[in-house]
Ligand binder design. Structure first.
Ligand code: ATP
Ligand code: MG
Length: 453
């Protein structure tokens, strides 16, 4: 009776069901290159299997292996409970309160081990829009597959037998390059609106076509993202921006109508004509670094994405009579405050962003002690890379970037010589001395060093 009542209240969300028996593919049929599989992931599945449990590599790693891409991390799914998993490994930590997962560490590599999840029941707690709030039940492998987001993310690989288990036609979709959500798209987006952002991310990153039924509800349901806690949005945005395909992902979000009025960050990034070149350069830069396996700092990335908004507000503060340096800090505050409402920027990231921005006027001082002081700044490298982006985008005279490259590389006497060099003027010909005092009240390019304000 009560169950019936709950069902009629929650009724809109039909239970998604899937086949109990998966399609099974042999090594010859799926063609996964065993050399691309992490030995530590195999160690985890072997250990679990030897203890009598089921264990598979799952999710994104299987998808990438099938696409002959080396996965960046490996997840394992098992029928062992978190406690049972933990007992089998020396360095294993149970993480999370609601749905516990186990992190198994091997040196730097982390293998995430998750117990098969059960079906989302109609009676599971949801918010007023239908977003599932708690769903911490364990289940069978088939139930676990149904709960995953896309057909291509719901396959299991057993390294021992080299078999792939495919419950939802993932193999066919991988081959046809189609991104398809499992179950009824509306219901799945309602349960978890973040899946709409994931559609954009995977379609862009894998260059897959979005199945029309999967794409159709997105523009209408996009506002549900407003309802998702900021920390989750942040995690998903970070994955998107660090995917090595950030530019393509953001263009995809725009195409799906997912940027408008939802995330202030995306509004800013995608709709600032002024900053478009800067943002494109910053994202291309980041994408190249990710592809080359170089580290990328989230602080630098967000600082780049929001720079032109900072510039705009900074100019407004100065036009209203504020001094340049306090004006820059006020602008930074405004921009950061507007973002944190929707996007839980971690404190460390926000402080990195602030440092990078605050350093910028200091690069324009190329006389006296000030450049030496800046060399000692712990975040000099990030600030300097940011300066180069500003030069490359045409916002600043490239001469400044070149001067700093030379100054950073030079030895003692070389630096002294650079300090006595007179800055070139706009057309690179005649030289003129920049008069500090006189330029104080002028625009950003004449702003004094931050440490003087
Ligand atoms: P990436 O290579 O970017 O890490 P991924 O597919 O591994 O891609 P993760 O966010 O690491 O993505 O998630 C791991 C797996 O968990 C996914 O492959 C999918 O099966 C499942 N999953 C993740 N997020 C969701 C979600 N919001 N709804 C349903 N299933 C999800
Ligand atoms: Mg992953």
């Amino acid at each position: 009776m009560i169950k019936k009542l709950i069902r009629s209240i929650m009724g809109k969300n039909k239970k998604v069901s899937g086949p109990a028996q998966p399609l099974m593919l042999s090594a010859k049929e799926h063609g996964i290159d065993p050399k691309l599989v992490s030995p530590n992931a195999i160690r985890v599945t072997d250990t679990l299997q030897q203890a009598g449990f089921k264990a598979f590599i799952v999710g994104g790693a299987v998808r990438d292996l099938l696409l002959s891409i080396k996965p960046k991390d490996f997840d394992v799914a098992t029928n062992a409970t978190p406690d049972q998993v933990k007992r089998l490994f020396r360095r294993a930590f149970i993480i999370g309160k609601r749905f516990q997962i186990v992190h198994v560490m091997f040196g730097q590599e982390l293998i995430e081990v998750t117990t098969f999840r059960g079906t989302v029941l109609d009676g599971a707690p949801k918010d007023e829009h239908g977003r599932v709030l708690r769903d911490n039940t364990f289940g069978s492998q088939a139930e676990d597959a149904v709960r995953r987001d896309f057909t291509i993310n719901a396959m299991y690989y057993d390294p021992a037998s080299q078999t792939v288990l495919d419950y939802h036609g993932g193999i066919a979709d991988i081959r046809a390059k189609i991104l398809r959500i499992i179950g009824a798209p509306e219901a799945r987006y309602r349960e978890d609106p973040v899946r709409m952002l994931r559609v954009a991310r995977f379609a862009a990153r894998l260059k897959f076509t979005i199945d029309p039924a999967t794409a159709a509800p997105i523009s209408v349901m996009a506002p549900l993202i407003n309802n998702v806690p900021a920390a989750r949005i942040f995690d998903e945005m970070l994955k998107l921006l660090m995917s090595g395909h950030a530019l393509a992902c953001l263009q995809q979000l725009r195409k799906e109508g997912l940027h408008h009025g939802l995330l202030p960050l995306l509004d800013v990034v995608l709709e600032q004509p002024m900053g478009e070149k800067f943002v494109t350069l910053a994202l291309t830069n980041t994408d190249n670094r990710v592809v080359q396996g170089k580290p990328v700092s989230p602080g630098f990335l967000f600082a780049s994405l929001l720079w032109h908004q900072v510039l705009e507000k900074w100019r407004a503060y100065q036009a209203a009579g504020e001094y340049p340096i306090p004006g820059l800090h006020l602008a930074a505050d405004d921009v950061l405050n507007a973002q944190t409402e929707k996007l839980a920027l971690q404190r460390k990231i926000a402080s990195d962003m602030r440092d990078i921005w605050a350093m910028q006027p200091r690069f324009e001082r190329r006389t006296g002690k000030s450049p030496y002081k800046l060399l000692e700044h712990p975040r000099l490298r990030a600030g300097y890379d940011f300066l180069l982006l500003r030069c490359a985008s045409g916002e600043l005279d490239p001469d400044i970037g070149e001067w700093w490259s030379a100054f950073i590389d030079a030895d003692g006497p070389g630096r002294e010589e650079l300090l006595t060099q007179k800055p070139k003027d706009e057309d690179g010909g005649a030289v003129k001395k920049r008069r500090r005092r006189a330029s104080r009240s002028r625009t950003k390019s004449a702003a004094p060093a931050a440490d003087e304000a």
